[in-house]
Design a protein around this ligand. Structure first.
Ligand code: M6R
Length: 604
């Protein structure tokens, strides 16, 4: 939902901003823009409609003068996709970029128009630029002008702001959307996400809500919005372990493809030092002694599918578990048993609905646990306790490796909360599953999927079905498929097909069936027979077990190794991701940045 970037330092800022925006492009790609000082000391603003590549072309001969500079990529909310709505927005000496939504924009706009301001765009962000300018004109104190202006604003924002008269100074502020500072030698970066500056520094500081910072090269002072600039303090940074290679495509055509193949590593890093007999998830050990009477998971999209699997794992451990779509849960009456835990799962740790659901749970007195992939994310800061998955930055908008990492973490959580000592076979299976996934992904020759990809591309409809553990996989397969191929696809519980969806089955329809849950296999097979009897084409994904007669219940089967329980979940997920990826690529779609979507949905 938009990405912002700011810089203050001695490098020519334009190339650095453009490459940072390219790494933030998963957050929006309707338009982009940069503002920087030129060699005459004047702020120059360049904006372009479309992807960062369009902007890149426009600024290819520009470097910008060292000092402060800002950049933006837009995912349109207020106002259409057109040049005048692209950021940065300028009002006199003030130029800014904004991620978020100003809720009292209409009131402010009317007031400002009354004061003679002429608006150039339909955006709520432009209002901010005028407010800051009016405050600046009072005493020409740049950071104080921003702070005072924000006192008039209701809503959410991550802001990076320049002032014509203070060429080295960058002012940034946060209330809601993420804003992370990267503290380098003689320079400082500010961005919506870490990959934007990962090549320059791994020293990061996550701005809290309702805070503001004044940055001049490597001098940074941060304060609360209700404190004047004199009392702002130098922040204490933390070092993150992410490798800059994560933010590069390398030999792959798309980040999504690369990230699918990074799944084993994502799982391995997530499991590392957290799983051995008698010592599972040490971070939770103390809290885990007070076993919750029930657990409610809240999440969205792919993270919600991981939560559905988490529910099965916890139920197997004897813990009642519920799974809720975060945007619904946050407005429900929270009738959970006292002492329950509410667990928010979010790759980005910034999804507004998940954060809102967790906040409501906290207010209601429940213990909140976050599961996030991003160190310093809002989820990490706001949950009572947060467990990080270590998938590394995920750039493709369609979530892949983060899913496998979340599932691995949820398996550990179930083992950690189980009243019984962990079953050795499950522990062993979990420890070995990253390697098994790696071997499996390496063993699938790309050409073995060609025919399957073609069939899916040409099918009149693709459905996904599964039972037990295979149902969340079916949902995830369908979500991956629809979000990047733009073809309708739904995931169904296999047993539910006969209650309606089976009416869709006819020749030309393909049903993709993950088959890794052995406990319900016989039932899944009979559901698939019903599909075939009506002319549907069944593409199963699973091992062949015992006497399964293949001619009877499937038309095609993608072979998974007959590995111990739980390993198959990761392998089936990998295949579902690959199939969606390959079909979308065959259709010529923009796989990493599918239309209308943004990676982290920081608005409701
Ligand atoms: O960052 P989060 O895990 O909270 O994101 C939740 C969803 O927005 C996300 O999983 C979305 O559904 C992806 N596009 C799925 O590929």
């Amino acid at each position: 939902m938009c990405g912002i970037m700011g810089y203050s330092g001695l490098q020519p800022p334009v190339p650095l901003l453009v490459s940072g925006l390219e790494r933030l492009e998963y957050r929006g790609y309707d338009s982009s823009g940069v503002a920087f000082f030129d060699d005459f000391g004047l702020i120059s603003v360049v904006r372009a409609v479309g992807k960062v590549s369009v902007l890149k072309e426009e600024v290819k001969d520009l470097a910008g003068h060292p000092g402060a500079a800002i950049g933006h990529i837009r995912w349109a909310t207020h106002g259409g996709v057109k040049l005048e709505n692209a950021h940065p927005h300028q009002s006199g000496p003030i130029v800014l970029v904004h991620n978020g939504i100003i809720e009292n924009e209409q009131v402010l706009r009317i007031r400002l128009k009354g004061e003679g301001i002429l608006f150039q765009s339909e955006t709520d962000s432009e209002v901010l630029s005028h407010l800051v300018r009016l405050e600046y004109e009072k005493d020409r104190n740049f950071p104080e002008a921003v702070r005072r202006a924000l006192g008039h604003v209701e809503g959410s924002y991550a802001l990076a702001i320049l002032c014509q008269n203070d060429p080295a100074d960058l002012v940034v502020a946060r209330n809601g959307p993420p804003l992370i500072l990267g503290l380098g030698e003689g320079e400082t970066f500010a961005a919506s996400d870490i990959p934007a500056f990962l090549h320059f520094t791994r020293q990061v500081f996550s701005m809290e809500n309702s805070t503001i910072a004044l940055i001049r090269h490597d001098e940074v002072r941060v304060g609360s919005l209700d404190q004047t600039v004199e009392s702002w303090k130098t922040p204490v940074s933390r070092t993150i372990s992410w490798d800059p290679v994560f933010a590069e495509k390398g030999a792959y055509r798309h980040f999504m493809e690369k990230e699918i193949f990074e799944s084993p590593r994502a799982m391995m890093d997530t499991l590392a030092d957290r799983v051995s007999f008698g010592n599972i998830l040490p971070e939770i050990a103390r809290k885990a002694h007070e076993k919750p009477p029930a657990v409610a998971f809240v999440a969205c999209g792919t993270s919600w599918h991981a939560a559905l699997l988490g529910r099965s794992f916890l139920e197997q451990a004897g813990i009642p578990a519920f799974v809720e779509i975060a945007s619904e849960f946050r407005y429900r009456r929270l009738l959970l048993p006292p002492g329950s835990w509410v667990i928010g799962i979010s790759q980005s740790g910034e999804t507004a609905d998940t954060l809102g659901a967790l906040e409501a749970s906290k207010r209601a007195g429940f213990f909140t646990l976050g599961i996030s992939n991003v160190p310093g994310s809002s989820l990490e800061r706001e949950a009572d306790l947060c467990l990080l998955t270590h998938a590394g930055p995920e750039i493709g908008v369609a979530s892949t490796k983060a899913f496998q990492a979340q599932v691995a973490l949820l398996m550990m959580l179930a083992l950690a909360l189980s009243p019984a000592p962990p079953r050795e076979d499950l522990l062993e299976s979990l420890i070995r599953s990253p390697h098994r996934l790696e071997l499996f992904l390496e063993s699938v020759p790309p050409e073995s999927l060609d025919g399957r990809v073609e069939r899916l591309r040409l099918s009149s409809l693709v459905m996904f079905a599964g039972r037990g553990l295979d149902y969340p996989l079916a949902l995830e397969g369908a979500l991956k498929f629809k979000e990047i191929t733009y073809r309708p696809a739904d995931g169904y519980p296999g047993g539910e097909l006969k209650h309606g969806p089976i009416a869709l089955i006819e020749p030309g329809v393909t049903v993709v069936a993950p088959m890794v849950d052995r406990s319900l296999r016989a039932k899944e097979i009979s559901n698939l027979r019903e599909i075939r009897a009506r002319g549907g084409y069944v593409m199963a994904i699973g091992p062949l077990i015992g006497k399964d007669g293949h001619e009877i219940w499937y038309d095609d089967r993608i072979e998974l190794p007959d590995d111990p329980p739980w390993s198959g979940i990761y392998q089936a997920a990998g295949i579902l991701q690959l199939l969606a990826y390959r079909v979308a690529s065959a259709l010529g779609n923009d796989v990493d940045q599918p239309r209308n979507l943004a990676k982290s949905v920081t608005v409701e």
